[in-house]
Write a protein that binds this ligand. Structure first.
Ligand SMILES: [Fe+2]
Ligand SMILES: [Fe+2]
Length: 274
C-alpha cells in the first residue's frame, strides 16, 4: 500500500498547495491513502468544517491535529460527526472527538490512524506512550489493520524518536508533526517501521514556522505586546512523507520525504525516479 502523510497545513497558502498538487500526487504516486495534519489550516489556528470538506474533496482521507485543534470554537461542535478528523488520543477522558480511526481504502485495505501529543515543552497530558500501547494491543498489523500510521505531535525530537522505537515493528509509519520543519532522518527502523522525526509543513517557508515573520521576530527582540500572528501568504511548499508498505506484514518497504513547490529544495520519493 502507498501512503502519504502531509505535515501541518498552515493557512491559505498551505491549503492552496495541497488543493493544487494532491490530485496529481495521488495519481502519479498511486496513493492508497492520504493523511494531512490540519491543526493550522484556518488562518494558522485550528480547522473548520468547511476546510475539512475542501481537503476531503482534494483527496485527503484523514486529518490529524494537535495542540491547536480547538482554536476554532466550531470544531468542538462538529468533530463528533466527522470520524475522519482526529484530535490527540491522550487528551483527558470526556474530550469531544477521538484520536484513533480505522479507515478503509478504495481497494478495501484497512488503515489505522492514530494521533497523540507529546509532553515535553507542551501542556501536561496523559502519557502518549500508554495511549499508543493500548491501541496497538487492539489493532495489530496484519491483523485488524493493513497499515498503522501514528502522528506524534510533539516539540522534542527525543520524544518523537522514542515513540518511533517504542512502536517499531508494530506500526507502518511513525511521523512527527508540530515543529513545521522537515527533518532529514527518514528511515526504516530495525523492526520495519518507517520513521521521520518531523514531516515539515505545507506552508510558506519565507516565514517563522509558517507565520508572517515580522510579528514573531518582534516578539523575540522586544519585550512588548505585538499584533496577532498571521500565516505568511507566499507560495507554499508541500512537505510530506511517502511510505510504501508490504501487503503481507504492513511494515515499511520504502520511505522517503516528498517536497514540492515553494521555496524548499524539491524532493521526489527516490524509488519512483527509476
Ligand atoms: Fe502545527
Ligand atoms: Fe502544534
Amino acid at each position: 500500500m502507498r501512503l502519504l502523510f502531509c505535515g501541518d497545513l498552515v493557512g491559505r497558502s498551505g491549503r492552496d498547495v495541497v488543493r493544487e498538487h494532491l490530485p496529481r500526487l495521488r495519481q502519479e504516486l498511486a496513493l492508497d491513502f492520504v493523511i494531512v495534519n490540519g491543526e493550522n489550516a484556518a488562518g494558522g489556528f485550528g480547522i473548520t468544517e468547511r476546510i475539512c470538506a475542501e481537503l476531503y474533496a482534494a483527496g485527503v482521507d484523514a486529518i490529524t491535529t494537535g495542540n491547536h485543534v480547538w482554536d476554532q470554537r466550531e470544531t468542538m461542535g462538529f468533530i463528533n460527526r466527522d470520524p475522519r478528523l482526529l484530535r490527540p488520543q491522550n487528551f483527558p477522558a470526556g474530550t469531544p472527538g477521538r484520536g484513533v480511526g480505522l479507515f478503509q481504502t478504495a481497494r478495501g485495505r484497512k488503515v489505522m490512524v492514530m494521533n497523540v501529543m507529546g509532553r515535553l515543552f507542551m501542556d501536561p497530558l496523559d502519557d502518549p506512550f500508554a495511549a499508543v500501547e493500548r491501541e496497538l494491543s487492539i489493532h495489530r498489523l496484519a491483523g485488524t489493520a493493513d497499515a498503522v500510521v501514528i502522528d506524534v505531535h510533539a516539540e522534542a525530537t527525543s520524544e518523537k524518536m522514542a515513540m518511533g522505537h517504542f512502536a517499531d515493528g508494530r506500526a507502518s509509519l511513525v511521523v512527527g508533526t508540530h515543529t513545521h520543519v522537515p527533518t532529514a532522518d527518514s528511515q526504516i527502523l530495525p523492526k520495519g517501521t518507517a520513521y521521520q522525526t518531523d514531516a515539515g509543513m505545507c506552508g510558506d517557508y519565507d516565514s517563522v514556522i509558517g507565520m508572517e515573520k515580522a510579528v514573531p521576530v518582534a516578539r523575540f527582540t522586544r519585550k512588548m505586546p505585538t499584533e496577532r500572528m498571521a500565516p505568511a501568504q507566499g507560495p507554499a511548499t508541500l512537505c510530506a512523507v511517502f511510505v510504501e508498505t508490504d501487503d503481507k506484514t504492513g511494515l515499511a518497504r520504502q520511505v522517503a520525504p516528498l517536497r514540492v513547490a515553494g521555496r524548499l529544495i524539491p524532493h521526489w520519493p527516490i524509488e519512483l525516479a527509476d
